[in-house]
Design a protein around this ligand. Structure first.
Ligand code: ZN
Ligand code: FE
Length: 760
């Protein structure tokens, strides 16, 4: 019996070989009908024998194309109209798009085989790709995802590519960035004031330079990398000096998984992340000691090759382990436009390996870790962005601007929370420009009306993102408190809107309800009802405000001022520099000192007392140093970190630390006791709050929870408690996840105030 149906598919279904897949599946089942892309995703109409229609639907549901991700599939019965052929129809365009843009994909196995097959037309062609692989977000200019809307529009297809592009049975059917050496872009090597090699010759020359210890700028998917031989310490040192990057770890790219396994200790979970379609940088315990790559850390960040060019470089004999770091000077955003790269990287790179295909937008590499509570994202960018991370219960378009550090923005379209790639720290002018570009870019891709936008921002009046929000011409603005947004980011990932929780929000800095600097907050509440501050760190002083984040001894002065009869910290074994004394004086006079509950600064204080008395050169450095030190020791009796009333009291912990230090206890043992003290204090307080409130779900968020040892200890300590712990997985626990939390809380702040109005 003939039957018919329409199928609406939503999710990542464009630019991932969905239509040809549907076409082949329909043909295999001898069904008539059509398939097309539109703003909502893919629409399918089918007609034929009832059993064939059913088996088609079943197959599509259970075995979609590898790069697709179906969020929703809606099947509606229809009346057969007598179509026997199956066709692919033109893309339709009616209204604002809600289809999801696919993140960029690594080169697939079939394309790799062709890349190294001398008889193939695309032999050694660095821009080989197909519907299962290749660039997406980084070549897309506007939706829908069709070739004229990508950065490939200037390369008309030749006959060979066109034949594949229009053949529904081909792997390259409607593969928008498809190209071959005859019709597509290529790579060239730019050195010594001119182009010296093109095509395959450029790769050989690049490899020769890498082997000579030179630093190479290499154009990738979302920007330029600076590459050099990781085992060549002279090259690594030169890179650090030229990039003004003293100590922050460099990412590595290894030839393949086998080499990666020699460089880092890979758990099964870490290996899954490393080889996943996102191809992120995976942080894992170092196996190899590579000088200068990640000083004072026991982890290394490794990624696998993900573009055809990377594979070509290794196949041509590039060093098996390359430093592959974002091409920029210290905290600038990654360079992605050729002219900009030439001017900004002159003096850093010895040569440039430049691809002709333009990059539509900058997207850094992502950084992840296989954590004790599951995968953790530390920087969310290439391979993940701009994927939806949550579905919020709202139809209203919302734009959440995040915080000024580790900024990301979130756009909510039809309830889909689309989180941008990592942007950076907005106090750098060039990062702020990148922030503005990203906001405009996201809003324009999804054709959201500015007039309809609800804009959400942090409460900090001096944040650049707050000032930006205040100057926007939009329907409505809403400020969301920083630490509540951290807690909300976890609940948004979980879609838990009613769940009553104990929400722990520990970080370095955030604007509190009372205008002081918060960062050690424990809330009770839910998304629907809001969050009440239940416990917080005992307040300390922060001399010089947020500037103290640069100098652990300066932060220490504000915390230690609370402790009577201190020893002379400028003497042995502490050796605090002069800066400490002037900071103490400021606190004593009560000038330029701000009240704070920052756990991040408390970690800095502990690190300073253990010997980290210099200026930090990247955010979180002192805490990482302390964690690294503590990892040298299996376990230690935790220092006391009690909760009295509503305050977690750090004084007993610091006192014990100082006494042990004066007694000459080894610093790694002290560091271990500090780490377990933090964990035990927190475990005790959340257990107590859960008990008194009758709750059993604890949220951990905020940058402090990037400290994996703290999470490990907490997991052990809470193992027998009747408590479920939720942490961030899709977005970072640091401020990179804040925009998601802001957007989610805004959804409920809206409904709360609406219902208030109704009651009133
Ligand atoms: Zn492919
Ligand atoms: Fe924060």
């Amino acid at each position: 019996m003939a039957s018919a149906c329409s199928i609406r598919v939503r999710g990542v279904v464009q630019g991932v070989g969905f239509r040809p897949f549907v076409y082949r599946l329909a043909r295999a089942n001898t069904l008539g009908g059509w398939v097309l892309n539109d703003e909502e995703g893919v629409e399918i109409y089918l007609e034929g024998p009832e059993r064939a229609v059913q088996s088609f639907v079943e197959d599509l549901r259970t075995q979609p194309p590898p790069a697709a991700s179906i969020a929703e599939m809606e099947v509606r019965a229809a009346t057969p109209i007598g179509i026997h052929e199956f066709t692919i129809r033109q893309s339709q365009r009616r209204k604002g798009p809600t289809v999801r843009v696919s993140p960029d994909l690594p080169v697939c196995r079939e394309c790799l085989e062709e890349l190294f097959d001398p008889s193939n037309r695309r032999y050694e062609y660095p821009y080989i790709n197909c519907t299962n692989c290749g660039p997406r977000y980084t070549v897309l200019r506007v939706l829908p995802y069709d070739r004229p809307n990508t950065t490939m529009k200037d390369w008309p297809l030749d006959e060979y590519c066109r034949a594949e592009y229009v053949n529904p049975a081909n792997r390259r059917f409607h593969a928008q960035p498809v190209a071959c050496p005859a019709c597509g872009p290529n790579y060239y090597l730019h050195a010594d004031h001119g182009v010296s090699n093109q095509g395959e010759g450029s790769i050989r020359r690049a490899v020769a330079l890498l082997n000579q210890g030179k630093i190479l700028a290499v154009k990738g998917l979302g920007g330029y990398h600076l590459a050099c031989d990781a085992w060549n310490s002279v090259a690594v040192t030169a890179l650090r000096q030229r990039k003004y990057r003293k100590e922050k770890p460099f990412a590595l790219m290894t030839r393949d998984l086998e080499v990666a396994r020699r460089v880092i200790a890979l758990s099964q979970e870490a290996e899954v992340l490393l080889t996943s379609n996102a191809r992120p940088i995976v942080l894992a315990p170092a196996r190899a000691k590579i000088a200068g790559v990640a000083p004072e850390s026991d982890e290394l960040g490794v990624m696998l090759p993900y573009t055809p060019l990377h594979h070509l470089l290794f196949a041509a004999g590039a060093p098996q382990v390359l430093v592959m770091t974002s091409a920029n000077r210290s905290s600038e955003p990654i360079a992605y436009e050729d002219e900009d790269a030439f001017s900004r990287l002159r003096g850093i790179a010895d040569a440039f390996l430049v691809g002709q295909r333009p990059i539509a937008r900058r997207v850094d590499d992502s950084v992840v870790r296989a954590g004790v509570w599951g995968p953790v994202v530390l920087r969310r960018a290439r391979g993940y962005a701009p994927g939806a991370v949550a579905t919020l219960p709202t139809r209203r378009p919302i734009l959440a601007l995040g915080a000024d550090l580790k900024n990301t923005v979130t756009l909510v379209v039809n309830g889909q929370a689309l989180v941008s790639q990592h942007i950076g720290d907005l106090d750098h002018y060039s990062c702020f420009r990148a922030f503005e570009e990203t906001v405009r870019d996201l809003v324009s891709i999804y054709e959201v009306d500015w007039d309809e936008l609800l804009v959400v921002h942090d409460c900090h009046p001096q944040y650049a993102s707050t000032v930006y929000a205040s100057e926007m011409k939009v329907a409505q603005r809403l400020a969301i408190q920083h630490h509540r947004a951290h807690v909300a980011s976890v609940l948004a990932e979980q879609g838990a809107w009613d769940q009553q929780v104990v929400g722990v929000s520990f970080d370095g800095t955030g604007y509190g309800d009372d205008g002081s600097i918060w960062g050690g907050e424990i809330f009770v509440g839910s998304m629907k009802r809001g969050f009440e501050r239940a416990v917080h760190l005992r307040p300390a002083w922060l001399p010089g405000g947020d500037a103290a984040a640069q100098h652990p001894v300066q932060a220490a002065a504000g915390f230690l001022a609370q402790i009577g009869d201190l020893p002379e910290l400028r003497a042995a074994p502490f050796h605090f520099p002069e800066r400490y004394r002037s900071a103490l004086a400021i606190v004593g006079k009560g000038i330029r000192s701000f009240s704070t509950t920052s756990v991040g600064r408390l970690f800095d204080t502990a690190a300073a007392l253990l010997g980290f008395t210099r200026e930090i050169t990247f955010e979180g450095q002192a805490a990482m140093w302390l964690e690294h030190l503590a990892r040298g020791v299996q376990e230690a009796e935790p220092y006391p970190f009690p909760c009295t009333g509503k305050e977690l009291d750090f004084v007993p912990l610091l006192r014990a630390l100082i006494e042990d230090r004066l007694r000459g206890r080894p610093i790694s043992q002290i560091a271990r006791a500090v780490q377990s003290g933090f964990a035990q204090g927190l475990a005790d307080v959340v257990t107590a709050v859960c008990r008194t409130q009758g709750l059993n779900t604890v949220i951990l968020s905020g940058g402090v929870f990037q400290n994996e040892l703290l999470l490990e200890d907490l997991k052990t300590m809470l193992a027998n408690a009747p408590i479920t712990v939720w942490t961030n997985h899709a977005v970072p626990a640091n401020d990179g996840g804040l925009s998601l939390g802001q957007a989610a809380l805004a959804t409920f702040a809206q409904s709360r105030s609406q219902s208030n109005t109704m009651i009133g």
